[in-house]
Design a protein around this ligand. Sequence first.
Ligand code: GDP
Ligand code: IMO
Ligand code: MG
Length: 422
Amino acid sequence: MKIDVLLGLQWGDEGKGKVVDYLAPKYDVVARFQGGPNAGHTLEFDGHKHVLHQIPSGIFREKIKNIIGNGVVLDPIVFKKEIEGLSKFEIDLTKNLFISKKTQLILPTHKLLDAAYEKAKGKDKIGSTLKGIGPSYQDKTARNGLRVGDILAPGFKERYLNLRGKHENILSHYDFEYDLQEAEAPFFDAIEFLKRFKLVNSEYFINNSIRSEETVLAEGAQGSLLDVDFGSYPYVTSSNTMSAGACTGLGVAPRNIGKVFGIFKAYCTRVGSGPFPTELFDATGEEMQKEGNEFGATTGRPRRCGWLDLPALKYAVMINGVTELFMMKADVLSIFEEIKICTHYKLGDGTLTEEMPFQLMDEEVEPVYKSFKGWHVDVRDVKVYDNVPAELKDYIAFIEAESGVPVTIVSVGPDRTETILR
Ligand code: GDP
Ligand code: IMO
Ligand code: MG
C-alpha cells in the first residue's frame, strides 16, 4: 500500500494537527518526516486541547503506530516534557511510539547558536522559534551531528563533549552570553528517558508496513512556503517541508507515495519575518487575527494575517503534486461581508503574473484581488456539504477551478467534529 502525505501549503499552522487526528483512524501508522519542536500541532476533542511539538498527531488514536522519522530533529528535553504532559491520558507511548535511530539530536548548544545567530542578524532576523532547528540541520549536513542511535553507544558522552566544544568555539565569536550548565543536566536526564522508547531503523519499519498493506500517513510540519528550497528564502525553516521530504525523511521511494493532501487556511497567516504579499495591516487583518485566534502554538507570537494568496497556493500545489485540498478555518471568514482572493501579482514594471518571483522580498509585488460576497452566517454547526452556504460553495468552487484540485475536506472549527467531509 502506498503512503499518503499530508502537508501545509502556506507558512505553517494551517491546521495539520487537527486533520491528522481526524484522519488517523483510517491509518495504521502516522509518521513525522521533517522539522522538530518548531512545530506546534493543535488537536481538540472531548473538551481537551493539546499542542504537540515532537510527537506525531496520531498519538491519541488507539492502536496506531506513530513514528518519528530520520528527517526529524529531536530535542530530548522537549520530547520528555511532552511525553510527561500526556501521562494523564494513560496511553502507553513506549508501545506505540517509534523513533528512528537516524533522527538528529538537538543539543542545548544548538539552541544557543540559534539565538546567537538571530541576535547577530539584527533587523534581518528570520524570526526563528529558537528551538535549535537551523543549527541542528546545519550539523547534519556538515556531518557533525549526533543521532538518536548514538545515545546507545559507549562513546556518546565523548562525542557530545566534542561537538559542544565546536559550538562553544563558534559562540565565542558572537556577542552572546549564556549559561550552558543549567541546560545540560536536563539534557542528559532526557537522553536516559529516551532510551525507554523503541529506537528503530524506521526505514525498514515503514517499508515493511508498505509491503504488508498497512496504511501510512506522513504528517508534514511547517508549510511549503517555509521550505528551505522553495520557500521565501532566507525567511524559511531548514528542512524540505514538501512532499519529496517524506521520501528522504522516511526512506520511502517516490513510487510509493500515494495521495498528497494539501492543507490550507481559507486565508493566510505567517509568524516570524519574511515576505507576505497579501498581509493586511488594517482593521480587517486585526479582526481576522482575533476571530481566528491567530497566536503561535509554539511561541505564542501573534500571527500576521491576510487574504488567500492563489499564486502561492498554486505554486505549493505544483511542487507537492497535491491530489486533494483540505480547506481549514472557513468559519473564521464568516464575520466578513466581503472576502478577497489574490489571483495575480502586479510587479513593479506593471506586468501581471501568477508566478512566484525569485526574490519575493526584494520585488515590488502588489496583490490583485477578486472579490467574493461573504456568507455571513455561522457555519460551525454545518456537518454536511449540502448545508454549506451558497457563497462559501462559490468560494470553494473558484479555488478548485483555479488550482485544478478538488477540495475534499472543509474545516469549520477547531474540534475534531467540526469537519465536513465531501
Ligand atoms: P498546525 O501547525 O498546522 O497543526 O496548526 P496549529 O495548531 O499551529 O494552528 C491551527 C490553529 O487553528 C489551532 O489553534 C487549531 O485548533 C485551530 N483550527 C484548526 N482548524 C480550525 C478550523 O477549522 N476553525 C477554527 N476556528 N480553528 C481551527
Ligand atoms: P507548524 O508545524 C509556523 C517559522 C518561524 C520562522 C521560520 C524559521 O506548527 O506549522 P525555525 O524555528 O524553523 O528556524 O523558524 O519558520 N516556523 C513556523 N511557522 N508554523 C510552524 O510549524 C513553524 N515552524 C517554523 O516562525 O519564521
Ligand atoms: Mg502550528
